[in-house]
Write a protein that binds this ligand. Structure first.
Ligand code: 3H9
Length: 698
């Protein structure tokens, strides 16, 4: 018998067991209809004498992915999830959750309301709420410690990490693991039936064992706060677990609900929701809906230096065979050794076995001959950043690659239209801009030259997905989206040290803002020599009216290139940075040379000048259609430059601050530096129309 209790929930009775299926594609998110359907199903279970037990399961690929995040910005609608979970738990017939795919957030809370849980071997459970700026809000923080202790519960709710079936079973989160996904329903039904007439264990009725260490919550709070870098939700999730240990269940539930509701409407939650949806929208570029990616079987990389080898490793790790081409035997051997070293790093971190490494190295081909590229479907050029060199390489690629192959360049700054013009097939040329280390950094800028066909762009996105990266489409311009913004923020950082701040003041302020590293520490890490060479190359064409800060040049003249020389903005001893006192002297001299009366620059001013520089340039990038939408800029900054995800990216931050306030701030800064702080036309237009960047994302 099948009973429709609402479109999202189906109930069938099989062998005396009510099989309650949540069917709300694509991920069975708990919408109002799902909540209502579950309550109605529980009423049927209670009332129908033919039903002896029940199983809750999900249709499609997952059990339940959680509450419907799209409902979060709207007024809450009854029935509320804590009541739904309580209704399941209160049922006096055994209820078992049959978990396949994932049970996340509210989905896991529904499972914890059931009296028993069976998982398929490949399923995962977890509470990812902190990543959305909230905490579990339907009893997760209260039931979890009752099942697995406060230590494990604190780990799971503060990290948001997902747990595989084995770990879940060992921690007592589930009762059994089915032999296979096919056996899951039968196993759940059998378990539920075997408990008919026996006393049922309701998690809410269990007590919470106190932590093994008396100071657990104090030390854990310090640890979580440090790791969260300004994000509130992990610390608040810990607070809810602490409440579970201190209060009776009903009181703990009230505490959890209060924190959940407070966070749900917070700016951080808004920003993290934006990041969640933007991460999924970024590959859905307007106008490219019908473009089909080309086949990606074999890949090739030109150049085995740091970047080329890094790209090769990223591709090898994704399972592709990769051929690396170098100019001579010595360079080829260096390339092989670079790949080997990088893979060894994965082995050392326990992320690759020794056999896995051997297998991976077995897929690496090395050659001096472009003739080895005949069967490659896509090649990524990663040679020296020089137009002449790149054009020569592309001429050779044009001759060597089969028709239909994708010819990509990893250039960071050069004009790809010009590179494409060196071939007879500019429609097959694309930019694939990786970030170093290429096997770690998630961002891939997919750069679209004028003549490139849509299916080549789609192939770029397909490769990004296969490599586990976030692909963002960018038009051709100097620095594309990311480095173009970086150039502006670097200038502001330079101006501020000439105005009165010191590099470590700037770094401290930006780290307090939520960046993993301040701009001067990043420069030391990347090496000051690269930007120095670039400045020397572009010196002749620099706008003479533009303010030029020579401090970094003076460091480079001393041979202080940052970490690799042990000295840059900072001095490195045993890898640890401390402020370079000689740098301070140089800065004071340079300010004096220009007659600048140094003044105190507050942390707030530092943060605003860097943030507003990002926002204004980001707006120009959207205005010029280099980025399709503001969300593309946000994704570049979050995945390539460490912009705090909980701020949603610079464009989302601008919306949260309010565009009129941002524009006023930019205009105020323009009073002393009108050349730099010319407000973006788009920003002015949005303010005039009372709109936000988010309006352009939809
Ligand atoms: C929560 O549960 C709070 C409760 O504690 C308290 C309540 C009182 N809602 O990722 P995909 C969409 S908070 C709405 O590409 P995959 C997604 O936008 C929630 N929509 O697939 C996409 O739409 P589109 C805690 C959602 O196979 C489509 O589904 N849970 C939700 O790579 C496919 O998604 C989470 O944070 C949602 N909850 O990965 C889990 N989830 O096609 C979040 C997904 O229009 N979800 N969508 O772009 C995930 O981690 C992954 O989506 C999942 C599937 C692993 C499930």
């Amino acid at each position: 018998m099948t009973e429709e209790t609402g479109a999202a929930i189906k109930l069938t009775i099989e062998d005396g067991v009510a099989v309650i299926t949540v069917d709300n594609p694509p991920v069975n998110a708990i919408s109002q209809a799902v909540r209502q359907g579950l309550v109605d199903a529980m009423k049927t279970v209670a009332a129908d004498g033919a039903i002896k037990a029940a199983v809750v399961r999900g249709a499609g690929n997952v059990f339940i992915a959680g509450a419907d995040v799209r409902e979060f910005g709207k007024p809450p609608m009854e029935p509320f999830l804590p009541d739904v979970v309580a209704a399941i738990e209160a049922t006096d017939k055994p209820v078992c959750a049959a978990i396949h795919g994932v049970a996340l957030g509210g989905g896991f809370e529904v499972a914890l309301g059931c009296h028993f849980r069976v998982m398929s071997p490949k399923a995962r459970v977890g509470f990812p709420e902190v990543n959305l700026g909230i905490i579990p809000g339907a009893g997760g923080t209260q039931r979890l410690p009752r099942l697995c202790g406060v230590e494990k519960a604190a780990d799971l709710v503060t990290s948001g990490r997902q747990v595989a079936a084995r770990e879940a079973k060992d921690a007592g989160l589930i009762d059994a693991i089915a032999d296979s996904e096919e056996d899951l329903l039968a196993a759940a039904k059998q378990l539920a039936l075997s408990k008919v007439g026996r006393p049922l264990r309701r998690i809410s009725e269990l007590s919470v064992a106190p932590p093994a260490a008396a100071d657990f919550f104090t030390t854990e709070k310090a640890k979580v706060t440090r790791a969260a870098r300004g994000q509130h939700s992990p610390v608040r999730a810990l607070e809810a677990v602490e409440a579970a240990a201190a209060l009776p269940f009903a009181e703990g539930m009230k505490r959890e609900r209060a924190i959940f509701q407070e966070l749900r409407s917070s700016d951080q939650a808004k920003a993290l929701r934006h990041a969640f949806f933007a991460e999924r929208a970024v590959s859905k570029v307007p106008g490219l809906e019908n473009a089909k990616p080309r086949k990606l079987g074999k890949l090739a990389v030109i150049g085995g230096g740091t970047m080329g080898a890094g790209i090769a490793v990223a591709c090898l790790r994704a399972g592709y065979p990769v051929t690396v081409i170098e100019a001579d035997e010595a360079a080829l051997e260096r390339g092989r050794s670079n790949v080997d070293k990088n893979l060894e790093g994965f082995v050392a971190r326990g992320r690759l076995t020794a056999e896995g490494k051997t297998e991976t190295m077995g897929r690496l081909g090395l050659s001096l001959d472009y003739g080895a590229l005949g069967d490659a479907d896509l090649v990524i050029e990663a040679v020296f950043e020089d137009m002449g060199v790149k054009k020569t390489v592309f001429g050779k690629l044009d001759a060597a690659m089969k028709p239909g192959a994708v010819l990509a360049t990893n250039t960071s700054y050069l004009d790809i239209d010009e590179i494409a013009a060196a071939t007879k097939r500019p429609e097959d040329v694309i930019g694939l801009h990786f970030f170093s280390p290429a096997f770690v950094m998630r961002l891939l800028e997919i750069v679209r030259p004028a003549k490139t066909s849509d299916d080549i762009i789609a192939t770029g996105f397909e490769l990004a997905k296969k490599l586990g990266k976030v692909g963002v489409l960018s038009g051709v311009c100097d620095g594309f989206i990311g480095n173009r913004i970086l150039a502006k923020t670097r200038k502001q950082a330079d101006y501020m040290i000439e105005d009165g701040a010191l590099p470590w003041d700037v770094d401290k302020a930006m780290e307090a803002f939520g960046m993993p590293m301040g701009p001067f520490r990043v420069m030391d890490l990347a090496g000051l020599d690269i930007a120095w060479a670039q400045r020397k190359r572009t010196a002749a064409t620099r706008d003479p009216k533009e303010r030029y800060v020579a401090i970094a040049d003076r460091l480079c003249e001393q041979g202080w290139f940052g970490q690799k020389t042990g000295r840059g903005w900072y001095v490195y001893e045993n890898g640890k940075p401390s402020p370079n006192a000689d740098v301070e002297k140089i800065i004071l001299e340079e300010s004096a040379k220009k007659g600048i009366a140094r003044r105190a620059v507050s942390a707030e001013e530092i943060q605003n000048r860097i943030l507003y520089a990002m926002i204004n340039e980001g707006a120009r990038i959207v205005e010029e259609k280099i980025a399709a939408r503001p969300l593309d800029v946000d994704m570049v900054k979050i995945f390539g430059y460490g912009f705090p995800r909980w701020r949603g990216g610079p464009m989302c931050t601008a919306d949260i601050i309010g565009l009129p306030k941002v524009l006023d701030g930019i205009k105020a800064l323009a009073a002393s530096d009108p050349l730099f702080w010319k407000p973006s036309v788009l920003l002015e237009k949005l303010v005039a129309e009372g709109k936000s960047f988010a309006d352009l994302n939809n």
